[in-house]
Design a protein around this ligand. Structure first.
Ligand code: SF4
Ligand code: SF4
Length: 351
């Protein structure tokens, strides 16, 4: 059993864009696995540079109706961090000024719990951008004020991306809480009933799978076939694509790894499975992630680690597409989660 208690960010040196993560709380020794930077150097990928910015991912707040075991946001009903309309106005201004930002990906927490969520979606759609909402499904049934979300999404042509850890009750509820599976199934049926995943509707419904324990996801295409078959057979549910995502060793999932004594084994699995093709296509290379308070990050994970972008301007109120399109990504040991096996991103496997 490992004596690891808590991992802490040891230092954050912006001058050479390296971040070491992994000193033990009891200060015994540095985490011994190959630094992520070294892996990138060995594959001529360091420094990791962006290729442009196309995806504008906005975290509109950490409040959520669920408290999932593996949440990297540490979201829940008691979180108070919520994006204000003023910050959303800055986001809209950045979008207006930069037509190359084609896709706006709204995440949280449960993004729908932000009181300005619907207004924000409507304003983004006026700018003719694709909108993705990361909907946890159960929010649709959490309160009657959310019951019409499927109609709202359909009316605005929003792409819905929803986590469903598995197509059975026990595995889903174990990870996301009692009753989550049943409500998720009802919500999926509601989305199907307004046209989601129906051929010719143009309404896209994608599901997200992430492993329940300290292992990597199975091949995405195999899993997608399994999910499609089971959900259709048991509940008449249809969806478009399944994204298989690797859990990154941060936040609640890191706590789980440490408490269960699986941390070192899991990190070893990630390092052994390092895939240079995945590494050259990690999502931070064409994404900018905006935090609830308007600060800018390379991705949602760096956001949770409070590692702001390595550019002079770090806030949405000073959005500079040129700087952001030519930036060096801040990396750390957690990045191994994006580069293992088939790779992992908000859109699933990448290699
Ligand atoms: S994983 Fe998603 S649904 Fe679960 S607590 Fe985190 S933000 Fe909420
Ligand atoms: S965690 Fe993944 S997306 Fe974020 S900076 Fe690291 S490699 Fe890029």
């Amino acid at each position: 059993m490992s004596n690891l208690k808590t991992l802490k960010r040891q230092h954050h040196d912006l001058s050479d864009s390296t971040v070491q993560i992994g000193i033990l709380e009891d200060d015994q020794h540095l985490y011994h696995l190959v630094p992520f930077q070294q892996k990138l150097e060995e594959n001529n990928l360091f420094p990791l540079k962006t290729t442009g910015v196309e995806i504008f991912q906005v975290n509109v707040g950490k409040m959520c109706n669920q408290v999932c075991k593996h949440c990297h946001v540490d979201a829940g009903p008691d979180r108070k961090e919520i994006m204000t309309r003023d910050t959303m106005q800055h986001c809209l201004h950045a979008l207006m000024q930069n037509p190359t930002l084609r896709t706006v990906d709204l995440t949280g927490g449960a993004p729908e719990m932000n009181p300005d969520f619907r207004w924000f979606v409507e304003e983004i759609k006026k700018l003719k951008r694709n909108v993705i909402v990361r909907c946890n499904l159960t929010i649709i049934l959490a309160n009657k004020k959310y019951n019409d979300l499927p109609q709202f999404f359909a009316q605005h042509g929003v792409e819905v991306v929803s986590s469903l850890p598995f197509y059975t009750r026990d595995r889903t509820d174990r990870q996301r809480g009692d009753g989550v599976f049943e409500d998720s199934i009802k919500a999926l049926q509601m989305l199907n009933s307004v046209g989601y995943a129906k051929e010719g509707s143009g309404l896209v419904l994608n599901l997200v799978y992430n492993p329940a324990g300290a292992f990597l996801p199975p091949p995405q295409d195999v899993l997608e076939r399994e999910f499609k078959h089971a959900l259709n057979k048991d509940f008449g549910i249809h969806f478009n694509n399944l994204f298989a995502i690797t859990n990154l060793p941060i936040s609640r999932y890191l706590d789980y790894l440490l408490q269960s004594g699986n941390y070192e084994k899991y990190m070893e699995k990630l390092v052994v499975a390092f895939n240079p093709v995945a590494a050259s296509n990690v999502m931070c290379r064409n994404t900018i992630s905006i935090g609830w308070d308007g600060f800018l990050y390379d991705c949602d994970f760096n956001q949770m680690l409070e590692l702001k972008v390595n550019t002079a301007q770090k806030h949405i109120s000073h959005f500079n597409i040129h700087q952001l399109s030519n930036r060096t990504v801040i990396i750390g040991q957690h990045c191994y989660g994006c580069t293992a096996g088939a790779g992992s991103s908000c859109g699933g496997a990448i290699a």
